[in-house]
Design a binder for this molecule. Structure first.
Ligand SMILES: Cc1cc2nc3c(=O)[nH]c(=O)nc-3n(C[C@H](O)[C@H](O)[C@H](O)COP(=O)(O)OP(=O)(O)OC[C@H]3O[C@@H](n4cnc5c(N)ncnc54)[C@H](O)[C@@H]3O)c2cc1C
Length: 403
């Protein structure tokens, strides 16, 4: 059996970032995964300033990524439900927080190879096969790969996604639920300028969100009832462009050049423990949220950065006190955030007048009351309890650090 300090299972964006962070911290890391990423993934991910600082710490930002990504200069929320109680549109402007941009929008198809390349530079070991089985002991954990290799460590980070086999081995149970929604993810050209603004149109079946990309191009996450999403998926590019143009009310001009598209059934998941039996859950192994307010991967990167903070300088990075502290810290960040996202999503789907009125009243308050709007923006960027070390702004830095 080969021995490392830390096993990371799963080479999605969360696992790759976690492996790089651990290696930079001087740990010997094995990243156990078969996949080399999926270049055809149509998703883009909006990463907020704290996540960008983490990428800077890893040395993958700005690099070549900066030219291929787009700063998010404003976020606009439009009540497009057609409800009787229509809320005014709200624009969240980072200038109100002294920032020039909320963050940057990355195609996952660019981010994942950049993280892979960095992990290799940092000496992360790649056995090149998935985890087949896991064993936990009092003082360590070991995995067997699908290629028959056995690797042992003091701790394992489970970044093996929503059906994590490491989570199961740690005997951690989950709460899971499904939404009556499917998201269509794609991208498109438009004749008008987006001005760096992302717009979340709140429609009756969920948000329809455009996120700016370089040039006159935007990515789209369109949440719909599953049958309607399947219909959209079957349209020709020209037909889908026409539907998107209707969805945006022509605000971005003429829509053309539709990119690859894919459907994502909407689910929610939260682990009942975030760490146990020498296994720490990272990313979607711990929490799954619908893509509203760009929270999913931003939370996952905080998972990884929090784990590194707690393990810093420790001879045994899998000891029970570290796991207990991780559990408490991540629970505080993830659970309330997940509840807010769930409530926002369900308020669109409910069709109950009381819910619609409540949502419209809350949005009206947000649009008119600056301190509340700033508090919401601040919360969207970072948990109130503070950020892990590598995500904090350097002392004395100007807010315009990365814009
Ligand atoms: C349409 C859409 C838009 C989104 N937009 C945003 C956004 O703007 N901002 C944001 O922050 N988040 C966003 N998200 C969320 C974000 O995409 C996810 O949080 C993130 O991709 C999850 O990363 P992960 O590494 O945790 O999981 P995954 O990407 O699922 O990675 C898990 C990996 O583990 C591997 N694996 C599984 N089993 C094993 C095994 N036995 N052994 C080894 N490996 C295994 C899988 O193959 C996979 O590669 C969006 C999500 C969707 C669906």
């Amino acid at each position: 059996m080969s021995e490392v300090d830390v096993i990371v299972a799963g080479a999605g964006p969360a696992g790759l970032a976690a492996a790089c962070l651990m290696a930079l911290d001087g740990r010997k890391v094995a990243l156990v995964a078969k996949e080399q990423g999926d270049a055809s993934d149509p998703r883009t991910v909006a990463l907020m300033q704290p996540s960008i600082r983490l990428l800077m710490h890893l040395g993958v930002w700005p690099g070549t990524l900066k030219e291929q990504t787009q700063p998010l200069k404003k976020l606009r929320l439009v009540d497009d439900t057609g409800s009787l109680f229509k809320a005014p549109a709200i624009t969240f402007d980072p200038a109100e927080l002294g920032e020039e941009a909320f963050g940057w929008n990355f195609p996952l198809g660019l981010l994942i190879p950049a993280l892979f390349a960095r992990a290799r530079d940092l000496g992360v070991e790649f056995p090149g096969a998935d985890v087949a089985s896991v064993q936990t002991y009092g003082d360590g954990v070991s995995v067997a790969t699908t290629a028959g290799l056995r690797i042992g460590a003091r701790v394992a980070l489970a970044a093996d996604g929503r059906n994590s086999i490491l989570r199961e081995a740690a005997q951690i149970r989950t709460n899971r639920w499904a939404y009556d929604q499917t998201a269509l993810a794609t991208s498109f050209d438009h004749s008008g300028a987006h001005d760096g603004i992302s717009t979340e149109y709140h429609k009756g079946a969920g948000p329809f969100t455009t996120v700016p990309m370089p040039g006159n191009r935007s990515s789209l996450v369109w949440m719909e009832r599953p049958a309607r999403a399947a219909e959209l998926m079957a349209l020709t590019d020209t037909e889908l462009a026409a539907e998107i143009q209707i969805g945006t009310h022509g605000e971005l001009g003429r829509v053309s050049n539709i990119g690859p598209r894919r459907l994502f059934p909407m689910q929610g998941l939260v682990a009942r423990d975030f760490a146990r039996n020498r296994i720490i859950l990272i990313g979607e192994a711990a929490h799954v949220v619908p893509p509203i307010g760009a929270q999913g991967l931003n939370m996952s990167l905080r998972d990884a950065a929090q784990a590194v903070d707690l393990m810093e300088g420790e001879d045994d990075p899998g000891q029970s006190t570290i796991l207990a502290d991780y559990d408490a810290a991540r629970r505080r960040d993830v659970q309330p955030r997940q509840q807010v996202i769930d409530m926002m999503n369900r308020s669109l789907l409910s069709g109950f007048m009381a819910m619609e009125t409540g949502r419209a009243a809350a949005l009206t308050l947000l649009s008119q009351f600056g301190p509340l709007r700033r508090a919401v923006m601040q919360y969207g960027l970072a948990p109130s309890a503070g950020l892990p070390r590598v995500m904090r702004p350097p002392q004395g830095s100007t807010p315009a650090l990365i814009a």
